[in-house]
Design a protein around this ligand. Structure first.
Ligand code: HEC
Length: 201
C-alpha cells in the first residue's frame, strides 16, 4: 500500500514536472531578447532594399521580413527583423512579448564611421534622437497594420528629409567600402545638409 502510494506520487510529480518544464520553456522562448552590439550593424546597402528603406533579419528569416515589408496589407514583422532608412537609425524586432508597448521593436541611434558602428543610444519608449525627436513618439503613430513602420502615408509625423537627401545618405554610408564618388551636385547637397544640421542647437 505504501509502496503503491509512493509510486503514484512519483508518477504524478514527474508528470507535473514535465508539464511545468514545458510551460517554462514556452515562456522562455516567447519574448526573448536578441543579442545586439556594435558589430550587429554594418554597411546598410548590404541589406535588402524595399522601396526607400533597407531590411534584414538577424534570425535568418529574411523571407518573413520581406513578406511583411512587401505586403500591401502590412502585417506583423517577424522576430529578428532589422529596418533602416538612414545609416544612423535602426529598429530591431525582439521576440514576441519582449516589449509589448513598442510591439517588440527596439530603437537604436548609431554613430557610424569607416571603422564601423557605435551604439549611441538604444531602448524602447524613451530613445530621443540627436534632433530631439522621440523615435517611439513618431513611430507609434503608424496605423496598426504597419507595425510601427512609418514610410510615407502610414500616419507618422514627417521627417524633414527629402527623398533625394535620403538616397544621398544611403549612398554615402561610411561603413560601406564600395562608396562611389559623388558628383558636384551631390556634394553641394550634402554640404548644405551638414551645415543645416550643425546649425541646430
Ligand atoms: C519626427 C518623427 C520621427 C522621429 C523622431 C523618428 N522617426 Fe524614424 N521615421 C519617421 C518617418 C516619417 C519615417 C519614414 C520616412 C520616409 O520613408 O520618407 C521614418 C523612417 C524610419 C525607419 C525606416 C522604416 C520606416 O519606419 O519607414 C527607421 C528604421 C526609423 N525611422 C528609425 C527611427 C529611430 C531609431 C528613431 C530614433 C532614434 C527615429 N526613427 C525617430 C519619423 C520619425
Amino acid at each position: 500500500m505504501w509502496i503503491k502510494q509512493s509510486k503514484l506520487f512519483t508518477v504524478v510529480s514527474v508528470a507535473l514536472w514535465v508539464l511545468m518544464a514545458g510551460n517554462t520553456m514556452a515562456t522562455d522562448s516567447a519574448g526573448k531578447a536578441i543579442d545586439i552590439d556594435d558589430s550587429t550593424f554594418n554597411c546598410m546597402r548590404d541589406m535588402t532594399k524595399v522601396r526607400g528603406f533597407y531590411v534584414d533579419n538577424l534570425k535568418g528569416n529574411l523571407e518573413g521580413t520581406l513578406a511583411v515589408a512587401n505586403s500591401p496589407e502590412g502585417g506583423k514583422y517577424p522576430e529578428g527583423s532589422l529596418v533602416q532608412l538612414v545609416p544612423g537609425e535602426v529598429m530591431v524586432k525582439h521576440g514576441e512579448g519582449f516589449s509589448p508597448a513598442t510591439k517588440d521593436w527596439e530603437f537604436f541611434e548609431l554613430d557610424v564611421s569607416a571603422e564601423g558602428s557605435k551604439i549611441r543610444k538604444r531602448g524602447f519608449v524613451d530613445v530621443v534622437n540627436r534632433f530631439g525627436g522621440n523615435c517611439f513618439g513618431c513611430h507609434i503613430q503608424a496605423k496598426p497594420q504597419w507595425d510601427l513602420v512609418c514610410e510615407t502615408g502610414h500616419g507618422c509625423d514627417p521627417i524633414p528629409l527629402t527623398k533625394d537627401i535620403l538616397a544621398l545618405l544611403q549612398k554615402t554610408d561610411p561603413r560601406c567600402d564600395n562608396n562611389e564618388p559623388l558628383n558636384a551636385n551631390e556634394i553641394k547637397k550634402l554640404t548644405a545638409l551638414k551645415q543645416a544640421l550643425s546649425a541646430k542647437p
